[in-house]
Design a protein around this ligand. Structure first.
Ligand SMILES: Cc1cc2nc3c(=O)[nH]c(=O)nc-3n(C[C@H](O)[C@H](O)[C@H](O)COP(=O)(O)OP(=O)(O)OC[C@H]3O[C@@H](n4cnc5c(N)ncnc54)[C@H](O)[C@@H]3O)c2cc1C
Length: 187
């Protein structure tokens, strides 16, 4: 049994594992992908809007070429911090359930060999938000991916993007000809 079992090896889960270690508590991190999987899946050329110092963990400096780190700089940073600190991370192991109570939890997890139960005194769920991608079909039947809050005075679809003529307007604009229509066929 570990003292603290952490679900998710993103920045928050890794920071929790670091803190547990520094407090002298045993820890184990279950991660359904690789370390910092969400960042791994970010757009390749992405630059964070946060400055490096604001997304550092455990007092380790995040050195970046610009004032704000790129996806690759941050991804390598979190993976190296986990490695250097010797954090116990089980990658490609997805937590699928939690049972029990304080002091005696069982976290059920699935990896490629099947399901296992991990006993823990405490559980930290650090599964984030941005790792859960919304998938789209192409071609879109009716702006299925557009959803979100009010933006710059325009109403943005709030549910599954149903194309209700009396309902909200897509942030992409109303249906119309494509921006780059294909040229007419030659006579
Ligand atoms: C394009 C983009 C730009 C962003 N820029 C910034 C920025 O500049 N500054 C900022 O602060 N934030 C930014 N964010 C938000 C950023 O994603 C979060 O701040 C950061 O990733 C949160 O860390 P986290 O550990 O909470 O979650 P995550 O990084 O999402 O980590 C959660 C982890 O849990 C794992 N997981 C999920 N479910 C399970 C499960 N059942 N079992 C095991 N593992 C599981 C996931 O694989 C993932 O590795 C940005 C997000 C996007 C999409």
């Amino acid at each position: 049994m570990v003292d603290v079992l952490i679900v998710g090896a993103g920045p928050v889960g890794l920071a929790a594992a670091l803190e547990a270690k520094r407090q002298g508590l045993s820890h184990l991190v279950l991660e359904r992908g690789t370390v910092a999987e969400t960042l791994y899946r970010f757009p390749r050329q992405m630059v964070f809007f946060s400055e490096s110092k604001n997304i550092e963990i455990g007092g380790h400096p995040l050195v970046s070429q610009g004032p704000k780190p790129t996806r690759l700089e941050a991804l390598l940073y979190y993976q190296r911090v986990a490695e250097r600190e010797g954090l116990r991370v089980l990658t490609y192991t997805e937590a699928v359930g939690i049972q029990g109570e304080e002091g005696a939890f069982q976290v059920l997890a699935r990896d490629r060999f099947g399901e296992k139960a991990f006993p823990a005194r405490y559980v930290v769920v650090a599964t984030g938000y941005f790792g859960n991608l919304k998938t789209c079909t192409y071609p879109p039947p009716a702006y299925p991916c557009a959803r979100g809050p009010l933006e710059k005075g325009r109403r943005v679809p709030s549910d599954e993007g149903r194309n209700d003529p009396n309902g909200p307007v897509s942030p992409l604009g109303p249906p119309g000809p494509p921006a780059n229509p294909s040229p007419p066929p030659r006579p």
